[in-house]
Design a protein around this ligand. Structure first.
Ligand code: VG1
Ligand code: CO
Length: 549
């Protein structure tokens, strides 16, 4: 090969002002990422911002959405130009977020790049995203994402191996060379499936599945091949128990978001008379999960609490768990369990990156978010299929149904009625004004309220990481009521159009009170109170939330 052709090319271009990573990486419309130099400048900012990647080995995988393949090839050419030694890539450029986390950890890689906008819609008109994970397998902490952003703002160009210098076949397993860079294409599923077999009792789960059946909705996203290997091949689930299991670049035109609003097909099936014992779904990149029983959708906050209470029944956690962490807006159901079990509990800002230090330090074993995310110290990301297998294992060892497990849990610990109301893609100025107005009024809100609802505390959540001491301010406005209720308001950091306001509502009922209400009915008073105090509808001009979960 011509030696000059291998020489890297320096492309000069201007910085883009909108490359600050949000809750989970940089997410924009595909059309934005397709603009000349847009992806490349951000990748260069990652390489420069992270700092010491030259000569190291990293992972690369994506959720298969539109632009995944093109982006993978650009990143490989840039990795070669930057002097990275090896990139381990999922076949086809595909790998779920938890599997990338596992790959980084198992292979001792320096870090990894994940191409995903997670639950956001895909396709040419949809969203794309990119994020960097560090050597522990978890999302880069704010210190690193801020360094990446700072670099993106001063960038004047990037280095890339010219296309004529060679190419990579993303579908061919094994080692290939690209201008001195070793590219190793691996099976995205095998190692992850092996890890799952170590944590769970596959024999009992197999028998349970045979008797009770399940329905898993992969939402045309990345978990299709994982579910096929684990649920069908290794656990013997019937072919009919997997739906939407073929990944598509546009997710079949659906929102790959596992919640009752978006997983319609699954919900309909679980509300029929002959519903299987377990229903479940996961999101675009495979880190979220929804658990559904016959005619009952498990609230993610309850799911975390149930897992915490029952962890020792699962082989991987039989020796007990160190503690549990939840993001601030997640209901406090897990805290009640932790207190009863005498284990530690932590409250962190929204986003998995805040759990990393607690997991690394061995302070917690389980973590969860209200946004259909649960995970453990087996990786450093939330993990959709892991959560489904956890529940499957729990059902198999207890012999109880999902509704029974929930009812017994509430009778033991009380129930946190919980809901999130999302007002999506509203005008950014209006959204910011609503948040700013509430923030300003926080000191005056003490003792204000509505009927039985009296505010006891009102603050702007500030988190100090107990391990490294780093501080994160303005992580959500909290109104805590004297009757144990709570309202939280925050702006989403994953949307790509306008601003999305999230209102989180929570009300606690002790063990001996009414535990079987419909959550929306149970929270109707609090919702009225929220409108009274915060005035989202008035301020945004919307009559109702776009999505209620
Ligand atoms: C949302 C969720 C948050 C989650 C994040 C990434 O963030 O609320 O809990 O960690 O998405 O999940 P936000 O800022 O829009 O509220 V995923 O599966 O989209 O990577
Ligand atoms: Co996700």
């Amino acid at each position: 090969m011509n030696v000059t052709a291998l020489r890297t090319e320096r492309v000069s271009c201007a910085a883009f002002s909108d490359q600050r990573p949000g809750t989970s990486g940089l997410r924009k419309k595909v059309t934005q990422f397709q603009k000349p130099h847009y992806l490349a400048t951000f990748v260069q900012a990652i390489f420069d911002g992270v700092g010491d990647l030259k000569g190291s080995a990293i992972a690369l995988g994506g959720d298969g959405r539109f632009f995944n393949r093109e982006a993978s090839l650009i990143i490989l050419r840039m990795a070669a130009a930057h002097g990275i030694a090896r990139v381990v890539v999922g076949r086809g450029g595909l790998m779920s977020t938890p599997a990338v986390s596992n790959l980084i950890r198992q292979r001792g890689l320096k870090g990894g790049i994940i191409l995903s906008a997670s639950h956001n819609p895909g396709g040419p008109e949809g969203d794309f995203g990119i994020k960097y994970n560090i050597a522990n397998g978890g999302p880069a902490p704010e210190s690193i994402t801020e360094a990446i952003f700072a670099r993106s703002q001063s960038i004047t160009g990037y280095d890339i191996l010219p296309e004529v210098a060679g190419s990579i076949d993303l579908d061919r397993p094994g080692l290939q060379n690209l201008g001195g860079l070793e590219v190793e294409i691996v099976d995205p599923v095998a190692d992850y499936a092996t890890l799952m077999e170590k944590l769970f009792d596959f024999d009992r789960m197999r028998s349970w599945l045979k008797a009770n059946g399940m329905l898993f909705d992969a939402m045309h996203a990345i978990t299709g091949p994982y579910a096929t290997e684990i649920l069908r091949n290794r656990l013997g689930a019937s072919p009919a128990s997997l739906i939407n299991a073929i990944p598509k670049p546009d997710f079949g035109n659906h929102h790959p978001d596992p919640n009752p609003a978006h997983a319609e097909e699954l919900m309909a099936a679980m509300w029929t008379a002959n519903a299987p014992g377990l229903g479940a779904a996961s999101d675009g990149d495979g880190d979220r999960n929804m658990i559904v029983g016959p005619k009952l959708a498990v609230s993610p906050s309850d799911s975390l609490a149930v897992m915490t209470a029952n962890a020792t029944l699962i082989p991987g956690y039989a020796r007990g768990i160190a503690g549990v962490a939840r993001s601030m807006p997640t209901s406090r159901a897990a805290d009640v369990v932790a207190a009863e079990l005498g284990i530690a509990s932590y409250e962190t800002p929204t986003g998995w990156k805040f759990f990393g230090n607690l997991l690394d330090a061995g302070r917690v074993t389980l973590c969860g978010e209200e946004s259909y995310g649960t995970g453990s110290d087996h990786v450093r990301e939330k993990d959709g299929l892991w959560a489904v297998l956890f529940w499957l294992n729990l059902l198999a060892v207890t012999g109880k149904s999902v509704p029974q497990i929930l009812a017994e849990h509430w009778r033991r610990f009380g129930r946190h009625y919980y809901s999130r109301h999302d007002y999506e893609a509203i005008d950014s100025d209006k959204a910011n004004a609503i948040v700013a107005a509430l923030r300003q009024r926080l000191p005056d809100l003490q003792a204000r309220g509505h009927k039985d609802w009296r505010i006891e505390e009102a603050d702007d959540f500030r988190y100090q990481d107990p391990i490294d001491g780093s501080v994160s301010e303005k992580q959500g406005l909290r109104l805590i009521f004297s009757n144990g209720g709570r309202l939280v308001l925050r702006l989403s950091g994953t949307g790509t159009v306008g601003a999305t306001l999230r209102l989180y509502l929570e009300r606690f009922e002790p063990r001996n009170s009414v535990l079987d209400l419909d959550p929306q009915a149970a929270l109707a008073d609090l919702a009225a109170c929220a409108e009274d105090i915060i005035g989202i509808r008035k301020g945004s001009g919307r009559n109702a939330p776009d999505v209620i979960t």
